[in-house]
Design a protein around this ligand. Structure first.
Ligand SMILES: Nc1ncnc2c1ncn2[C@@H]1O[C@H](COP(=O)(O)OP(=O)(O)OP(=O)(O)O)[C@@H](O)[C@H]1O
Length: 525
């Protein structure tokens, strides 16, 4: 990754907003180290949330034996005297209550496999009711959750929502299909005043138009009943809108269209209070870097809250985020960069390209359980495979970047509606797309990287449902098997021991030359 330190440059330090942090640089008396609100005993949770408590005491293990993260909550206590003195000064009942709360938080996080890093991290949500009692969430939002069948928050929602509601920036990594979209939309809806004039106040960036459209729909569903102006940045809007006249609270866009609108249509983002980078590791790849930098600078409000969400968070992106975001909280659900445990993963040796096609046809003949999503490595191969399958009785379609916007939308909509049983796709739809009820993902072509594998197979096994993923491989793919096998074993799938004993190959953007599918099928016939 290229040097990205220019990102987030020009963001001014807001002394008022970061008064608490500013305060830390001033000299302090030890006796001030524990700032406990006198009301704390009555309402300990709220005070922990407000971050007014700073406990100079390190506690390495929870009562349950699990590790307790949040290094500043349990600030390093090099000086035993400091903590001793604090302990002497604190009211025992207050102190006990604070620790009880911290303990409850740690246990809840442990139960849901939530790992956090950051100072004074707010308590995770026990339930959606916490949103009302702790944050005065309006009833319409809870009604919408119920309408959508959300009975309890997912782990990422439990932690990310309170973090964002307390005005903290965050970078979050949670498995595919675990409800990250709602985790960033909910706090935005709760914090923003709706229907205001005066410009965009929340920006959500997604790497593809398909994902931007889906996120817009999700956002509108969650905002049902409140007059929020939620806009998807379409080509038309980015080319011809007079943004000073377009009411817009929340704007959802791909980086290219947004950059275009800012440059050519004078779209003003200086009042944005929230900036979401969804699928953030993808957005930090070279192709998007300049546009992201431009958008980040355009969101020049010093109080803007920036957040990064993805199911994969490479160390490079994480390091970058850590150095550039202010007092951000890191939230990881489960293990970083692992596949969803809900997906049963299988590797199938097909020998050659011809073998892959035969294996596919055979699996359809034996047990086609639609809908099925098939990934190939290029537009050309998507077209080829489509041609080979289109004449069978199977309802099949393809989606890739060589189609018009309308054709792309149709392909996705028909698949969602069950009109198409099999969708052949490039990695265009590998990230973020939520195809409800998708049973099976087939990697017809071996994925180009471990993160692509994780995102591709994550189209199945979403929102608590089980799914299946089959990866076909040929002799040529064998050197890269171990990389996939690692992901599989990390997420609890069985992998043959001979694969695990293979060396791990270095790979990046693995897209080998393959025999054309049409040639191999002609041979096969
Ligand atoms: N609290 C909840 N309870 C039940 N279902 C939920 C809840 N929150 C979200 N969902 C549903 O879970 C599914 C997956 O959510 P979402 O698309 O946000 O996943 P994601 O974590 O962003 O996945 P990806 O990494 O693939 O982008 C959606 O269908 C969504 O409606």
């Amino acid at each position: 990754m290229e040097d990205t330190s220019f990102l987030f440059a020009g963001i001014k330090f807001d002394k008022k907003r970061f008064a608490n942090d500013f305060e830390k640089f001033k000299e302090r008396k030890v006796s001030k180290a524990l700032e406990v609100n006198p009301d704390l005993v009555d309402n300990p949770i709220n005070e922990v949330e407000k971050g007014t408590i700073s406990i100079k005491k390190r506690k390495r293990k929870s009562m349950n034996g699990g590790s307790v993260e949040g290094f500043s909550v349990f600030k390093s206590a090099n000086s035993a005297n400091d903590s001793k003195q604090n302990e002497d000064e604190e009211e025992p009942s207050e102190r006990k209550e604070i620790f009880r709360q911290l303990e409850r938080d740690a246990l809840l996080r442990k139960k849901h496999n939530i790992h956090i890093c950051g100072s004074n991290v707010p308590s995770p949500l026990q339930s959606f009711e916490d949103l009302s009692t702790r944050y005065r969430c309006k009833p319409y939002l809870l009604r919408n959750f119920a309408e959508l069948g959300y009975t309890e928050p997912t782990p990422i929602q439990r932690q990310a929502i309170p973090v964002l509601l307390s005005g903290r920036e965050c970078f979050a990594c949670a498995p595919t299909g675990s409800g990250k979209t709602m985790a960033f939309i909910c706090p935005i809806l709760m914090k923003l005043k709706h229907g205001l004039k005066g410009g965009v106040r929340a920006v959500v960036l997604c790497p593809t138009r398909e994902l931007a459209a889906q996120t817009t729909r999700e956002c509108k569903k969650l905002a049902q009943g409140k007059k929020f102006y939620i806009k998807l940045m379409t080509k038309e809007l980015s080319r011809s809108a007079d943004f000073s006249k377009v009411p817009c609270d929340i704007l959802i866009s791909t980086p290219l269209r947004l950059e275009f609108a800012i440059r050519k249509r004078k779209l003003d983002l200086s009042r944005a209070e929230f900036l979401v980078l969804d699928e953030s590791d993808k957005l930090f790849e070279l192709g998007f870097m300049k546009q992201i930098d431009f958008v980040v600078k355009a969101c020049s409000n010093p109080s803007v809250i920036r957040m990064l969400f993805s199911a994969t968070l490479p160390d490079t992106v994480e390091d970058l985020a850590r150095t550039l975001m202010h007092d951000a909280v890191r939230i990881i659900v489960g293990k970083k960069n692992t596949a969803s445990q809900l997906v049963k993963q299988k590797l199938v040796f097909a020998g050659s390209e011809e073998g892959k096609f035969l294996a596919l046809r055979q699996s359809f003949a034996e047990s086609l359980n639609p809908p099925v999503l098939i990934f190939v490595q290029s537009v050309e191969r998507a077209k080829e495979l489509y041609r080979e399958l289109a004449f069978s009785d199977i309802k099949v379609d393809a989606v890739h970047t060589d189609l018009s916007q309308a054709q792309r939308e149709n392909a996705v909509d028909n698949f969602r509606a069950g009109k198409t049983w099999i969708l052949i796709a490039t990695d265009l739809v590998a990230r973020g797309m939520d195809f409800k009820g998708l049973n099976c993902v087939i990697n017809y072509d071996f994925p180009e990287s471990a993160s692509t594998y994780i995102h591709r197979i994550g189209r199945a096994g979403r929102a608590g449902r089980a799914g299946e993923a089959i990866t076909l491989y040929t002799e040529d793919d064998v050197p890269y098997l171990r990389n996939i096998a690692n992901v599989m074993s990390e997420s609890g799938c069985e992998v043959p021991s001979w694969i695990m004993s293979m060396p791990k190959a270095k790979w990046k953007k693995y897209r080998p030359m393959r025999d054309s599918i049409s040639c191999v099928t002609n041979d096969a016939n």
